[in-house]
Design a protein around this ligand. Structure first.
Ligand code: HEC
Ligand code: HEC
Ligand code: HEC
Ligand code: HEC
Ligand code: HEC
Length: 414
């Protein structure tokens, strides 16, 4: 219980509320400029007499002053979005087809392909930069070593400038210290514009939500924002950023990270009426598990006898499976677990000599792509495309992991 306020306290509270209102009225949140995500360009106007460093849009340049963000972001999938699996699909397609993919994977005008030769050169160069960022290097890049060691801006995928820079101007969330919105005068790159739009889930939508008209069985192929809006997380103000950028850290961890997935689920394994049951509850995932059509999760149950031989086996798949059939995409099944939902995986009518039951949950984050790469490799690919797709296929296989394994010893007589 709170104590009632004394008169002095109430007067002080009233003054601070009024003061707050005046402050709010003084600084109006400008929001993101209209068309922030339409053909974005980050290029610094030549009229700015900034230092070379302030004009440099590459993440290694931002890193000289924003090392904390860079060191976390460079390990995220955003930093690796200009990937072998992506560019390996481009040879043979026109560069305009490829640019339609880059609108999410490397969307700045300065990153798009200007012509077929530009595309071919870039795909060849990407083979040399096969490993992307040097995971061990800290932010001490020699940015004056302009074109030799550092990645071209395009190769840095969903780069700092993609989210933060338009026509040279920096945009960011209100500073944690002041919460101020609007134009902020700071020593570098002509200050920046602070807007709460950076704290909204909508900020992620241009790449993580397809429009309604692209629906398959009522749901677009990417439906993450709508799934979030339909969940209790949106009522509670738990945005994408709260989970994927904790305390503003640029982690963007998702289904490729076992720790992140474990954090989102809770497991309970029990024995009941000659059955074993694993229940999985989605406790901290702001959208379907998984949200995309590309991963597959396999739940397996095995009843074992006294010497560990398998007496009974059952398997379930958690997936939204789609396939391209003749005239378009069709949904084959959708068994994903929704936010807050508990799903039972029941192994019924256990054999009498069963003594224990083993449950495993395996995650195949790139299930769809693995199939795609296999089929591409069975076609005739150019040498460069083949090198990229083989690499992508290998990486995809390395991403599979065991999420959960537990054995329950049966107590009841069967
Ligand atoms: C020479 C140093 C320097 C370089 C280079 C630099 N910045 Fe900054 N930046 C600053 C300073 C100083 C501030 C204001 C204080 C702060 O928030 O750190 C700032 C502020 C920002 C903000 C606003 C932070 C907030 O609180 O919302 C963003 C976003 C930003 N910079 C992005 C970038 C990006 C992207 C690059 C590279 C393309 C870059 N900066 C390059 C020094 C630099
Ligand atoms: C609307 C945004 C968007 C567009 C357009 C888009 N992608 Fe992606 N792509 C994503 C997202 C988000 C992921 C990560 C989630 C996932 O696994 O599906 C991804 C993942 C991928 C991956 C697997 C991860 C990797 O980088 O190796 C490949 C390959 C890929 N996309 C290829 C393409 C190709 C080819 C096109 C164009 C035909 C394309 N994408 C267009 C958003 C997009
Ligand atoms: C996919 C979009 C995206 C990318 C890529 C990205 N950022 Fe951010 N950044 C954000 C968002 C969103 C926030 C605000 C998060 C919040 O408020 O929870 C933010 C916050 C920031 C801040 C303010 C941090 C603070 O503690 O107040 C800085 C500085 C910044 N980013 C710099 C960078 C730099 C440098 C890079 C590249 C190394 C980068 N960002 C890449 C989306 C992005
Ligand atoms: C410019 C487009 C773009 C924007 C904006 C963007 N993303 Fe992404 N995001 C991508 C692409 C493309 C990938 C896939 C990268 C890859 O693997 O090739 C991705 C991957 C991810 C992943 C990893 C998925 C996995 O499979 O593990 C997470 C998590 C994520 N994004 C969250 C966010 C959040 C949260 C925001 C908003 C703050 C955001 N993204 C904004 C394009 C974008
Ligand atoms: C309550 C926390 C939470 C919120 C809110 C949340 N996510 Fe996630 N997200 C997770 C967890 C945990 C995972 C890993 C499990 C999974 O893949 O579903 C994940 C996975 C992902 C993935 C990986 C791909 C996949 O198929 O699952 C992407 C992309 C993603 N989130 C984007 C977003 C976007 C965009 C938003 C906002 C619209 C958002 N997330 C909101 C917790 C959250």
């Amino acid at each position: 219980m709170k104590k009632p306020l004394s008169l002095k306290q109430s007067v002080l509270a009233a003054i601070s509320i009024i003061g707050g209102l005046i402050l709010m009225a003084a600084a109006i949140d400008p929001g993101l400029p209209l068309g922030y995500w339409d053909n974005p360009s980050a290029k610094v106007p030549s009229s700015h007499n900034w230092s070379e460093l302030e004009k440099d849009l590459r993440p290694e340049a931002c890193a000289q002053c924003h090392a904390a963000q860079f060191n976390v972001w460079k390990k995220s999938l955003h930093a690796h979005a200009y990937s072998p699996g992506l560019v390996g699909q481009f040879p043979g397609q026109g560069h305009t087809y490829a640019n339609d993919c880059l609108v999410c994977h490397a969307p700045l005008k300065e990153q798009l392909y200007t012509d077929p030769t530009d595309m071919d050169d870039s795909i060849l160069l990407r083979l040399k930069h096969a490993e992307g960022f040097d995971a061990d290097a800290d932010a001490d890049y020699d940015v004056s070593d302009r074109d030799t060691k550092l990645l071209p801006l395009r190769h840095t995928g969903v780069s700092c400038a993609v989210c933060h820079v338009r026509n040279g101007d920096r945009f960011g969330p209100p500073p944690k210290t002041t919460g101020a919105v609007g134009k902020q005068d700071t020593p570098a790159h002509g200050g920046f514009t602070a807007t709460k739009d950076f704290e909204q889930s909508q900020f992620c939508a241009s790449c993580h939500q397809f429009p309604d008209y692209m629906a398959i069985n009522g749901k677009p192929l990417e439906n993450t924002l709508i799934e979030w809006k339909n969940s209790s997380f949106s009522d509670k103000g738990v945005t994408c950023q709260v989970c994927h950028m904790p305390d503003r850290a640029h982690e963007f961890r998702g289904i490729h990270d076992p720790k992140m997935v474990k954090k989102g689920l809770s497991f309970s394994l029990t024995e009941q009426n000659h059955s074993a049951n694993l229940s999985i509850t989605s406790t901290w995932i702001g959208h379907a598990f998984p949200t995309y059509v590309t991963p597959k999760v396999i739940v397996e149950a095995e009843a074992l006898n006294a010497v560990g031989s398998i007496m009974q086996h059952q398997q379930w798949e958690i997936i939204r499976e789609v396939a391209y059939q003749g005239d378009g995409w069709k949904e084959l099944r959708d068994t994903r677990i929704m936010p807050g939902e508990t799903r039972q995986f029941l192994l019924k009518a256990l054999p009498t000599d069963a003594r224990s039951v083993r449950y495993t949950v395996r995650v195949i984050p790139d299930n769809f792509y693995k199939g795609l790469y296999e089929s591409l490799l069975s076609d005739e690919l150019t040498a460069v495309a083949g090198a990229h797709i083989r690499k992508a296929n290998q990486q995809a296989a390395n991403n599979d992991y065991l999420l959960y394994e537990k054995v329950i010893t049966l107590i009841q007589a069967h």
